[in-house]
Write a protein that binds this ligand. Sequence first.
Ligand SMILES: NC(=O)c1ccc[n+]([C@@H]2O[C@H](COP(=O)([O-])OP(=O)(O)OC[C@H]3O[C@@H](n4cnc5c(N)ncnc54)[C@H](OP(=O)(O)O)[C@@H]3O)[C@@H](O)[C@H]2O)c1
Length: 272
Amino acid sequence: MQVVERNGARIPAIGLGTSGLHGQTCARIVEQALKLGYRHIDTAQAYENEREVGEGLRASGVKRDELFVTTKIWTTHFAPHDLERSAKESLVKLRLHEVDLLLLHWPNPQVPLQETLGALAHVKDIGLARHIGVSNFTVALIEEAVSNCAEPLVCDQVEYHPYLDQAKVLEACARNGMTLVAYSPIAKGRIRSDETLKEIGRAHGKTAAQICLRWLLQQNLCAIPRTSRIERLSENIDIFDFVLSADEMAQVFGLGIANSRLTDFGFAPKWD
Ligand SMILES: NC(=O)c1ccc[n+]([C@@H]2O[C@H](COP(=O)([O-])OP(=O)(O)OC[C@H]3O[C@@H](n4cnc5c(N)ncnc54)[C@H](OP(=O)(O)O)[C@@H]3O)[C@@H](O)[C@H]2O)c1
């Protein structure tokens, strides 16, 4: 598994997204993913599956120090005491002593960012998280967060796939030594029938989803595709044995510029 190194963190480039996975399906998919070679699992308080993710981690038998586990603090827990308390609750559910990466899930203008970042850095200092970062932060918020946080932020987790141009957020991450972690990296499955991706895939013997994930990987990013199907777990990490040419990369970039659109959240955040 390729690793992305940023601000002291070594993050496996492909992780398993788990939103919408619950109960035994969730535990089983996490276990299978780890048995197939995944080492990075993405969950969140808001997904209400941290307990099952923890079950899957343990059932896999993979050693703790080989795993990279991310969770995210929900926005209603951003007041400093709430943040520390809820981080501890997540660890109890996951049955871990620390997570590898703890993120602020979305910006919350109701709580001063500086206070929340102080609490996030404190949680890292007391050993509950090895690394910290943010999610759904715009360029302006990234800059504000970096200049107000005593500890390095390693990533901004945002929606990114061939139909969404994130050039400005990518630049802001690079400027600050952070990586972009791409969520909804296969556009919630929509790229499966994309003619450009399928055409490029035919040349490499790969699917549209694999071309899409390879395009992200070649930008030296992390991506966290989600699947509830065991056969797709393998498909989504079988992307390390081929290379897209500069021309193929450009064709996929062209899809984003041509498809500027509303996100799945039904509105267009002003990322820049
Ligand atoms: N930070 C945030 O605010 C935020 C927001 C959204 C998501 N996320 C994270 O990012 C993860 C991934 O995002 P996502 O779940 O929104 O979307 P996604 O990973 O882009 O797409 C998931 C969808 O694609 C299908 N799929 C998976 N592999 C496929 C393949 N090889 N070919 C065709 N279809 C495939 C899945 O169906 P099957 O299950 O049937 O395979 C599922 O319907 C989430 O699970 C979560 O961990 C974070």
